[in-house]
Write a new protein. Structure first.
Lengths: 396, 488
């Protein structure tokens, strides 16, 4: 038994992504059609050229019909997948394995979410009948427990930690301001960030991801076929997934300063891709910054910083767009927005643009590195699923 | 010998300063405070809390039945006593009955259990008293519960207060009434009730004392209870008891807790009594009931789990606006989040031990505690090799916590903590009866049975945690004696 990965066997040859926003005037179908048509055009194919489809949507629709109906797919294998906030990454993972297995020549992964039709702020899970004993906290409240635990463990004073978290939010807004597809396209000062109303614990509004509608998609083929579609394919170096048992919630040993599911997914991905020093080998990383403390802890879980040091690296600008390892150059969940099922594919879309040199000039990363990472998580501290991928422009 | 084996009162944590009523409305209110059930409490949950406290000092009591009496039932049709029965983890063979509707049902249940020839009965009396803003009922009323274990004297169940006897007189007259669904009670002209209750009470008092062969001056402690404040005071003056014998009826601090009050003052009296004393309670409701007890030597080795005096002293004030919101008299803007969905009856039934009893499972090999219970261990992976572990009475320490301003709550914000239980076990749970600014990592908490929400008329009962507060208390208001004027 082993996690072998599919390094260099599958390539992404076309991608598309809508703007993420409060699309009051667009339906889920509109978003799916827009992202899919852009993706078909990007790869130079039609819907009939695609052999199999996977749709990732957390709660905007049931079954593959949610994709087959708007695209009017006839008799194709279309499957809906869901795995909390990693739903979009799961759609791509399924499509990649389908191609790698030889079952299909061309597969498509679409991620889409229409969250702004609920009438409520934030994300709201679809209720499942239960015994009424499960906690009903917001995600913000669950993740808010990370910051004080981290500060206590590593001796970071409360005001210092506030500055670190504000710096993360500031950076992601800086990046989002330069991204035409981002939900929030404004730079925000750290003063404004620190003065924002509290949502949960010490987290304010600017510590939380934007809630947006959106869709993104990718077309995948066998690596050896990639140049039939594009001169600049992205090769899949690693796809890793880790689901926790949920025992973190009831295990007294869990201390809320790290996410074991993310650390194990990263470890597996680096092994698949042959990465030994991610901070120096990766050109960039897209990580799941659902809340600012999440991004802080992920810098350590993903091996970008030693345990207990990420807060210093954040303040030093290591993860800024012009830093040693740019993190969330597209603005991240914070300012790009978080349409649940689309976010995982949106992360791939940024690697697609950056590694191909197609990002808008004001945020294009200047690097000779050829590898990029995406990290997508779902759930809460103690009860989490985590996805890590590595893609690259070169084979081998 | 038959009598009381154990007893406990439960007074919720919050108090309304009666003066706050006049501050808002320019009228109403009065002096002192009244007790206020939390937004997550009802008569059933308060009954559970009283029952837990009554059973704790009586571990040998094997119940035959659980009787629950209230004039403010959480459910009609459905028995509320079964919820209490489940929270106490009583075997199925223990009967559970409600005594419904009337204020007199509480003292009536107690009289019936004492008059019964045999059997061990847990009598639970609980009430929440409401009135429209500025009304006497609003100010003079209170919320609370009492639980009394009644049994024959036996090695496992020593009687601490022998039931000497009593008397009940009944009369049909309209003093106070409320039709089903009404939020407020209505009362006839006050003088009429007084002219009925005083002679009825006198008749029952004289009959009871004569029957048990005790002179009024031999009564060591007595309390008169009833929603008719003038009648209570008038009767108290005519009992012929010595001045020091009249116990505080908790009117100035707790308020009149209706159905629960005879039990609550009885608990309060027994907690300060010495062996060999005669104790009487007089309850005025559609007649008069008098119960006379003599404490036994066993009282000396009985210790209240949480004395009423402590609960009267350890409180926090509730703003009048919150009181009105919690009682449904005003409707503040709710959080803009989806309302909770109703609990699944089948899921709740399958998980009865967990949901109502707070019973998890403990892996035999690793000793890892699973909350809720799990079939497969998180440590070592053993399958179906666990023992049940009851943590309802185990204290815990706050490992970390947060305050959620967004989640749906009847009284935001939600204070939520990760608890580490003494002896092992972790659980994330909501805190209650807590000041968000006063919570800290390392604080000690105890579990309490609460109502999380109500949807489609279904109450979601489960457990929360509340701070364990200092047991060192100032001299108690209970010791001051005298009846409280609460309807000024």
């Amino acid at each position: 038994m082993a996690s072998h990965g599919i390094k260099d066997r599958v390539a992404i040859v076309g991608m598309g992504c809508t703007r993420f926003a409060e699309h009051w005037d667009k339906s889920l179908d509109d978003l799916i059609v827009e992202a899919s048509e852009d993706t078909f055009a990007s790869a130079g194919v039609t819907k009939d050229d695609v052999d199999a489809y996977w749709l990732g949507t957390a709660q905007s629709g049931m079954s593959g019909i949610t994709l087959a109906r708007p695209l009017q797919l006839e008799g194709k294998p279309v499957t809906r997948v869901e795995n909390y906030c990693t739903t979009g990454s799961e759609a791509l993972r399924a499509a990649a394995y389908a191609v790698a297995s030889g079952a299909y020549d061309v597969a498509m992964a679409v991620g889409a979410e229409k969250v702004k039709d609920s009438g409520y702020q934030g994300l709201n899970a679809v209720p499942i009948p239960n015994d009424g004993t499960a906690r009903t906290l917001t995600a913000a409240a669950m993740f808010s427990m990370v910051a004080p635990a981290y500060g206590k463990k590593y001796g970071v004073a409360e005001d210092e930690l506030t500055a670190v978290l504000a710096r993360i939010s500031w950076k992601n807004h800086q990046n989002g301001a330069r991204n035409p597809r981002a939900q929030f396209r404004k730079e925000v000062s750290t003063e404004t960030i620190c003065a924002s109303p509290r949502v949960a614990g010490r987290l304010g509004v600017f510590d939380c991801a934007g809630v947006a509608d959106g869709a993104a998609a990718a077309i995948l083929v066998r690596a050896e076929d990639a140049h039939r579609y594009t001169d600049k394919p992205l090769y899949i170096k690693a796809l890793s997934f880790s689901a926790g048992s949920g025992s973190g919630l009831i295990d007294p040993e869990y201390d809320y300063t790290w996410f074991p599911e993310c650390a194990s997914a990263a470890e597996d991905a680096y092994r698949q891709a042959g990465i030994t020093d991610p901070r120096r080998q990766l050109a960039m990383a897209e990580v799941h910054d659902c809340f600012t403390p999440t991004e802080l802890v992920l810098m350590e879980d993903l091996g970008f910083a030693e345990r207990g040091t990420a807060w210093k690296e954040v303040l030093a600008g290591t993860f800024d767009r012009d830093g040693e390892l740019p993190v969330n150059p597209d603005g991240g969940l914070k300012s790009f927005g978080h349409p649940v099922g689309a976010s995982g594919l949106r992360m791939f879309f940024e690697t697609w643009l950056q590694l191909r040199g197609e990002a808008t000039p004001e945020r294009q990363i200047d690097t000779d590195r050829t590898l990029a990472l995406t990290h997508n998580l779902g759930g809460y501290p103690g009860e989490m699923v985590s996805f890590v991928s590595v893609v690259g422009t070169e084979l081998g | 010998m038959r009598g009381i084996v154990s007893i406990a009162g439960y007074v919720p944590y919050r108090r309304l300063q009666r003066a706050a009523v006049a501050q808002l409305f320019g009228t109403g209110g009065g002096k002192g405070t009244r007790s206020v059930a939390s937004h997550d409490e009802d008569t059933t949950t308060m009954g559970v809390e009283a029952a837990r406290r009554a059973l704790r000092p009586a571990p040998g009591a094997a119940l035959d039945s659980v009787w629950f009496a209230t004039a403010s039932p959480a459910y009609l049709d459905k028995t509320n006593a079964t919820t209490i029965h489940a929270a106490l983890r009583q075997p199925a063979a223990v009967a559970a009955f409600d005594f419904g509707g009337a204020l007199r049902s509480g003292v009536g249940a107690l009289c019936s259990s004492l008059a019964a020839g045999s059997g061990t009965t847990l009598v639970v009396m609980s009430d929440m008293r409401d009135g429209l803003p500025t009304s006497v009922d609003e100010s003079a009323g209170g919320d609370g519960a009492a639980a009394i274990v009644v049994a024959d004297d036996a090695p496992g169940t020593p009687v601490i207060a022998e039931y000497l006897g009593g008397a009940s007189v009944s009369d049909e007259f309209l003093d106070r009434w409320r039709t089903a669904g009404d939020r407020r009670s209505k009362v006839w002209e006050e003088r009429f009730g007084e002219t009925r209750y005083v002679p009825l009470g006198t008749e029952a008092w004289e009959s009871a004392l004569k029957g048990v062969g005790v002179a009024p001056s031999d009564v060591d402690l007595v309390a008169v209870t009833g929603m008719h404040g003038r009648a209570v005071r008038a009767l108290t003056r005519t009992l012929g008891a010595s001045e020091g014998a009249v116990a505080d009826d908790l009117g100035t601090t707790v308020g009149q807790t209706g159905t629960a009050h005879p039990g609550l003052v009885l608990a309060s009296m027994l907690e300060r009594a010495r062996p060999g004393q005669v104790i009487a309670v007089v309850a005025l409701a559609d007649g008069a009931d008098v119960l006379v007890f003599r404490t036994t030597k066993a009282l000396a080795s009985w210790t209240a789990a949480e004395p009423v005096a402590d609960q009267v002293a350890g409180t926090a004030d509730l703003p009048y606006g919150k009181f009105l919101a919690w009682r449904g008299m005003v409707t503040p803007e709710p959080p803009r989040r989806p309302e909770p969905q109703r609990v699944s009856a089948t899921a709740a039934w399958r998980n009865e031990e967990w949901k109502f009893g707070f019973v998890g499972s403990k892996d035999r090999a690793s000793q890892a505690v699973h909350l809720p219970p799990s079939r497969i261990s998180m440590k070592g992976g053993a399958v179906d090799d666990m023992d049940p572990i009851d943590l309802a009475d185990t204290e815990a320490v706050i490992a970390t916590y947060t305050i959620d301003h967004l989640s749906h709550s009847a009284s935001p914000p939600i204070v939520f903590a990760i608890l580490d239980f003494d002896g092992g076990g972790r659980f994330p749970v909501e805190l209650t009866d807590v000041d968000p600014a006063a919570v800290d990592i390392g604080d000690r908490v105890a579990m309490t049975f609460r109502k999380l929400f109500t949807a489609d008329g279904i109450h979601d009962y489960f457990w929360k945690a509340k701070p364990v507060r200092s047991r060192e208390l100032p001299p108690s208001a209970v010791e001051t004696g005298g009846t409280g004027g609460t309807d000024g």
